[in-house]
Design a protein. Sequence first.
Length: 604
Amino acid sequence: MGKKLAILLLFCGVFTARAEEVSFNVSTPRVVSASETFRVTFSVNANADNLTAPDFSGFQVIAGPSRMTEQGVTIINGVMSRTQTTRFTYVLQAVREGNVTLGAASVVIDKKTYHTQPVTIEVVKAEDAPSAAQQQQAQQGAQPAATTGDGNDVFVRILVSKSSVYRGEYLTATVKIYSQSLNIAGFEDVKYPNFNGFWSQETESPQQLQFQRENVNGKIYNSAVVRRYVLFPQQTGALKIDPFEITCALQVRTAARSIFDDFFGSSAQIVRKHIASPVVTVHVNPLPANAPASFAGAVGTGFRMTAELARDSVTANDAASAIIKISGEGNVKLVETPKIVWPPDFETYDVKISDNSKTSSSGVSGSKQFEIPFIPRSAGTFAIPPVEFTYFDIAKKQYVTLTSKPLDIRVGKDPNAGAAVTVGGVNRQSVRALGEDIRYIKTDLPKWQEKGGLFFGSLLYYLLMAAEVSVFILCYLFLSKRRKDLQNVVLVRNRKANKIARRRLKTADRLLKSGNAPGFYEELSKALWGYLGDKLAIAAADLSRENARETLQNRQIPEPDVETFLQVMDECEFARYAPTGGSGQMQKIYDDAIKTISRFEQKL
């Protein structure tokens, strides 16, 4: 009876927790063409059958709603949990161009009403849209179907959130790839911009591209974010962002030679296309002149400052600290320590800085704390002047100065004054007192006693001296040779090539056994390229298929081994972005990589 009651309570707890975590959302393409049919799906993670659909004005309902319920039970560490998802799907058709807003849907679960967020769907001309099959693949995050396209089917862009900013004002840069009708099978030779003149930080780097529909000049493309950065300009003037370059492996469908080509999908071939984004120019304006003396480069909005003492009452020669906290939105990471005017008898030490700022695609926000240790050397009541912090407010386009209250501190007399000697450390971070600085002086004479012959001048003494000189000479010669070898970068890289490759291959083997395909292919590619670069003394920037082939052929490497190496590299690059093989294919590629490195080790 007790076990049944416990199981019943467990199910009740699961269902209760499940009811508190109800999620209700809508899934729909954000860009469609006029007269195109598409799906709108409302999903709720609970059992529901009372959906109230939104107003579909601007669309024609072709079918729906169709209701589908999915249930699942999982047991982890003896704890059972149940999941349930209900989906309501409508098939709509756009009847007019423009932006059409789809209102909120509602559903009632356990006498509580939940609503979805309204979404806006952009409707473009019908002739500029891809097929319905491509539209459905885009909704599912897949690449478009393979066709033969022109030079505008695939391109890349760097999109900046602002084209004109102040120095120190942040902006976001998004690297995106666009595809209209070609199927992207993989990428090669990726070159990201350097962002010269900016302080940059990467905020988004998806492991697998997620394509979404987007309207570009009246045409519908499937776009995906490759990288996203937050930039802070450090110079003024017209700063140019270098192009983003990439070589795409495109799957292009060719004319079928027989019925078997169409049936087995062999009528498609891989075509490599090198594309680059246009140069982007950002105009950086200088900050206004006549900045207050307390301005140290902080730029942003909504900055706040607090300044306080850890203790407002101490004794002389006792350590205390002042804590200043600055928070806001902007270049928080670059904020410097505000200046404090200390009384003459106060000694300060190194500042402890705690950075609690966060960087996201919307910028940098958070706080930065400065803890300044100090030691008063005399007694009395002291008033530390208010701390000032000035920043340039982007919204107001003017300097804003924040001022704290005066910091009052009472310093009592040191009870050990005159009995202690204070000594500062080298970096002035620690202070210690010595209670006594004179040791006891002995007044009686020591008693000497002869212990035998002297070691100095004996035969053993000279033998040991000769041995020390010999060891010194041998060590000097050994270290000189080792220093010369270490200065030979080519020799060092050649010796360590096999060791580094074996370490990376072990990592790839662990990823293979764990089923982590993207990590496996990435680590295997690094092992092969790294081994080849170290063994042949080729810089990473010069590594390419053509350079590798030419160098290996010049080293008299057999052509089959060269082709095997290049084939393994191609399969790794393709699989990193469009993995198709299972564990068997991964194992074969891994075995080929080991055999290739073994053959190279015998020849090179």
